[in-house]
Design a protein around this ligand. Sequence first.
Ligand code: FES
Length: 150
Amino acid sequence: MAYQVRINGELRELDVPEDMPLLWAIRNEIGLLGTKFGCGMGLCGACTVHVDGVAQRSCSLPVGSIGTAEVTTIEGLGDTEIGRALQQVWVEEDVMQCGYCQAGQLMNASALLKRNPAPNARQIDAAMSGNICRCACYTRIRDAIAQVAD
Ligand code: FES
């Protein structure tokens, strides 16, 4: 089916089955490769994007369910003040190790700070607990988010 999906502020044409996971549309049809495949079952958070500002797992979200919602991927995160600040601290604090999960971590972190600009350590851990990092960079992730928090 033909869809028009707004991604990172741009209207993109998609001709895909309605049940295609948004992740595959973003990566394979549109060519934005920052959003990663981890588990494909909504369990790891590597594929996190924003749909109307809310963190969602794109591996579990059918393209047909997006409608007129605004999708933001890691490639568009720097267009927001919170996203820019997080990316800068991520680099300054050397948060990443292998880096594979980090797009999802950043997307979830920015959604957290949008809904709660001043989370404490426990709230950060709770909000980020579904984003798995095989290199276990959790302490650096928490500290970086805390630096951007008000
Ligand atoms: Fe989507 Fe793991 S790839 S949650």
